[in-house]
Design a protein around this ligand. Structure first.
Ligand code: NCD
Length: 307
């Protein structure tokens, strides 16, 4: 069988994404059909950068499928601390596990890994580049909330330059019909040019603004993001930009009653905790969707189907 990896969200066709969403729903409807389906299979999580949701939802996903998990949660506790290359690490782990989810601070590290691993590699975030499994999570959340993935106006707000979840979400959504993006950020944190080129090439409608207030009334989805402190080159820029947007109950009054608020989490202060009680806030539901879609993804990449 040809090894499939998930490095970039465009490694999956729209049909494959839709089929993962259907599997995720089937897993919720018939958990008993999946509880043992990955028996004797092992997932390795190699996290060279911090994580809560991504790593633990991958591990919970494999455990709920009846498989096992192994791995490390920081570069310091692996041989990377001794100077081992990513390539050698994954080549080794490929001898111990059937599938690998990895997160690395360097853009492109999962591509290097995929050449050597001998088992499927899942990119669980590479630097400020891409984060395709967060995008699958986001698509499942939107589908469950709206019943569709087309005909939506999506506002993305915050650090659109370094926010890898934003880049992957745009690359995914521009393949659906009648999508409009409203990109809300300070000028210094606008989406990179390669993302703008992708939107132009796809012919999607997009606008840029620095005003969250102006954008709010138009949106079906407001996707908030954290200012990515660890990717800044200097502290002053971070301090100047860190409080650019704070979503409060007052601001929520500007939005339509069916708009949903998403956030990949972790949040710092960009959504005030009072917003959590608003029925339109769905970031913790989103975290739950992350486990369901990762279960579906593991099955897909291992080539395992429900009997
Ligand atoms: C995101 C990430 O790691 O890019 N977190 C996540 O995986 N849910 C978002 C972030 O760190 O801001």
């Amino acid at each position: 069988m040809e090894i499939r990896n998930l490095i970039n969200i465009t490694d999956l066709s729209v049909e494959e994404i839709n089929s993962l969403i259907n599997t995720a729903d089937d897993i919720v409807a018939h958990p008993e059909a999946y509880e043992d389906i990955c028996r004797h299979k092992k997932l390795a999580t190699l996290f060279f950068e911090p994580s809560t949701r991504t790593r633990l939802s991958f591990e919970a996903a494999m455990l709920e499928l009846g498989g096992s998990v192994l791995g490390f949660s920081s570069a310091n506790s692996s041989s990377a601390a001794k100077g081992e290359s990513v390539s050698d690490t994954v080549r080794t782990v490929g001898c111990y596990a059937d599938i690998i989810a990895m997160r690395h601070p360097k853009e492109g590290a999962p591509i290097v890994a995929a050449r050597r691993a001998g088992v499927p590699i899942i990119n669980a975030g590479d630097g400020g580049h891409f984060h395709p499994t967060q995008t699958l999570t986001d698509l499942l959340t939107i589908k469950r909330k709206f019943g569709r993935l087309n005909g939506l106006t999506i506002g993305l707000c915050g650090d659109l330059k370094f926010g890898r979840t934003v880049h992957s979400l745009i690359e995914a959504m521009l393949r659906y019909e009648n999508i409009r993006f409203v990109l809300i950020s300070p000028e210094e944190l606008q989406v990179p040019d390669y993302i703008k080129e992708s939107m132009d090439k796809a012919g999607v409608d997009w606008t840029e603004t620095s005003s969250l207030d102006d954008a709010m009334p138009q949106l079906d989805v407001l996707y908030m993001t954290r200012i990515q402190k660890e990717r800044f080159f200097n502290e002053e820029d971070y301090v100047r930009l860190k409080d650019s947007y704070i979503l409060t109950p007052e601001k929520m009054r500007l939005a339509g009653e069916n708009m949903i608020v998403m956030h990949p989490l972790p949040r710092v202060n960009e959504i005030s905790v009072e917003v959590d009680d608003d029925p339109r806030a769905c970031y913790f539901f989103q975290a739950l969707c992350g486990k369901h879609i990762r279960m579906a993804l593991i099955l897909f990449l291992l080539g395992i189907k429900r009997q």
